[in-house]
Design a protein around this ligand. Structure first.
Ligand code: FE
Length: 199
């Protein structure tokens, strides 16, 4: 069964007032994400992965410690990452649910300290990648960063929040200023209800 590009859970201009423009979503979702889906379908056709679940492909093709991941992994993981990413944002993300807020305070001291750690990790990811808030196998919350398409599934962790720090995600709206993009993401774009629901 071929993979398909999921629709955005909001219109293309829904996040513009919060710092993610219609043009960014037209490129990022309609072109970049679509390209990962198309390539994944092309690369898995006729292979053992053709009818596998996306999660099984990501876990099954990840090569721990490899300098460069293989094409099936790269496109499967980026399809998974972006599918989560759209859901993790909202035009009205609202307040952080109390259960999530107390878990964040337990792990990081305060919400501000968490945001600082998340921003530093995202800014510190050299080149393309992602920054995450994850729940580890033993139930702790941690901030991690990953290169290219690598994600928490590869490490047996649950992704609670992920921010795409590839240049294609911020260059139209923030040019080269990745720290501003991440700060804006945390303050104006995150759907905290969605993050809490992943706990
Ligand atoms: Fe992206």
């Amino acid at each position: 069964m071929a993979f398909t590009l999921p629709d955005l859970p909001y219109s293309h201009d829904a996040l513009a007032a919060n710092g993610m423009s219609k043009e960014t979503l037209e490129y990022h979702h309609d072109k970049h994400h679509k390209a990962y889906v198309d390539k994944l379908n092309e690369l898995t056709k006729g292979t053992e992965w053709e009818n596998a679940s996306l999660e099984d492909i990501v876990r099954g093709t990840y090569q721990d410690g490899a300098v460069a991941q293989n094409g099936i992994f790269n496109n499967a993981s980026q399809h998974w990452n972006h599918s989560q990413f759209w859901e993790m944002m909202s035009p009205n993300g609202g307040a952080m649910p109390s259960q999530l807020e107390s878990a964040i305070k337990d792990s990081f001291g305060s919400v501000e300290d968490f945001k600082k750690k998340f921003s530093e990790a995202g800014v510190g990811q050299f080149g393309s990648g992602w920054v995450w808030l994850v729940k580890t196998a033993d139930g702790k919350l941690e901030v991690t960063k990953t290169e290219n398409g690598v994600n928490p599934l590869c490490k047996g962790q649950t992704a609670l929040l992920g921010c795409d720090v590839w240049e294609h995600s911020y260059y139209i709206d923030f040019r080269n200023v990745r720290p501003k993009y991440i700060e804006n993401f945390l303050d104006k774009l995150v759907n905290w209800e969605n993050v809490a629901s992943r706990m």
